[in-house]
Design a protein. Structure first.
Length: 355
């Protein structure tokens, strides 16, 4: 399939730009409005630099329905990714050809000089820094729509069955979410790989019993809040990270914190008390996390951000026979879980929350 961003941008007048990061590969923005170019039969089309027209298998209204399905299917699965986006922790990758997203890892300077005269020569200092990087993979899942299947749906006045679109979008979104939590050690380029909350080598990690000096959450309701306090103290005193923190708990641990009530007359759950801690921005269940575990991450760019060239979108490729069309739900993105030059990291990973 032709690169619609390059093709249309080369042929449009000034002031018209292509919406490259949209789930509509045939869409453009013109005078503040989204447009999909269609032919006389209502089919979207693209035109290459030589003026050759290539028709899409789907009509304009079918593409719009496809867009809606993709967006709706992706939203529930992208909790951790959307938390980063909502806080502006994103890094825009401008080129599809960027294989590794690089960033500087910086140390600290020594303290300042203090005197009454200010005449003595102070120690000249420089920041220690290094270059780190994260490979940016293509994440995709393909599905097919047969020409006869599509024609039968149109003849009967029915909408196209898009269950396979939902399934393809879901697995792509789940992989993106998994990368935030676990990274992906199978993706390696130039010696760099992808780390997540639970795999960043410099993260602060320990068991719940060591964080609370008492025991597991299933042993006593009174061990829950002290565990979180211990994790915050570890971030403050060892890593020099002070929040705000997002706390993600595996489903079983989240239920333990949210479905029990103290018997001291307060009527509160441990979850309610955790949310009263000023450093905690939010507490969310994470069904992708391993059971009995949790992660607490500082929501700052020196701890983690989301590097992205393309969000989830759909691309179309017509088969050689013309009897079917392949669609690829795809994204080009990765998390960048970081530590500073001295190995300090704003991620705290707790295990053994339950017995």
């Amino acid at each position: 399939m032709y690169d619609t961003a390059n093709v249309l941008n080369a042929r449009e007048k000034a002031g018209t730009k292509i919406v490259a990061n949209s789930s509509r590969p045939l869409a453009r923005e013109h005078q503040g409005k989204l447009q999909i170019r269609v032919n006389a039969e209502g089919f979207p089309f693209i035109t290459n630099a030589r003026g050759i027209t290539v028709n899409s298998m789907l009509r304009k209204d079918e593409w719009e329905e496809l867009d809606r399905i993709v967006i709706r299917a992706a939203q529930p699965r992208l909790r951790a990714v959307e938390d980063l986006r909502a806080r502006g922790l994103t890094k825009r990758i401008r080129s599809f050809g960027t294989l590794v997203s690089q960033y500087n890892v910086v140390g600290e300077m020594t303290g300042p000089n203090v005197s009454m005269t200010g005449q003595s020569t102070g120690g000249r200092d420089r920041l220690d820094h290094d270059l780190a990087g994260v490979p940016i993979p293509v994440i995709w899942k393909e599905f097919q729509i047969g020409a006869r299947e599509l024609a039968a749906a149109r003849d009967n006045g029915e909408t196209l069955d898009l269950d396979h679109v939902v399934a393809a979008t879901r697995v792509v979104a789940e992989k993106m979410e998994d990368m935030v939590y676990f990274g992906d050690s199978t993706v390696v380029h130039g010696g760099a790989t992808i780390y997540g909350y639970t795999t960043q080598p410099s993260r602060n990690t320990d068991t719940a019993t060591n964080y609370n000096d008492s025991g597991t959450w299933s042993a006593s309701i009174n061990n829950i809040v002290p565990t979180i306090k211990g994790m915050i103290n570890a971030a403050n005193n060892t890593e020099y990270k002070y929040g705000p923190f997002m706390l993600y708990l595996a489903t079983d641990a989240y239920n333990e914190a949210s479905l029990q009530y103290y018997t001291d007359g307060s009527g509160q759950t441990p979850l309610q008390r955790i949310l009263q801690i000023p450093q905690i921005a939010a507490v969310l269940p994470a069904d992708r996390l391993t059971a009995k575990t949790g992660v607490m991450a500082q929501m700052e760019s020196d701890t983690i951000d989301w590097a992205e060239h393309l969000g989830i979108q759909v691309r179309e490729t017509v088969s050689d026979t013309g009897m079917s069309t392949s669609f690829r739900v795809m994204a080009v993105a990765a998390p960048r879980a970081k530590a500073d030059y001295n190995g300090r990291c704003g991620i705290v990973h707790v295990t053994g929350l339950l017995a």
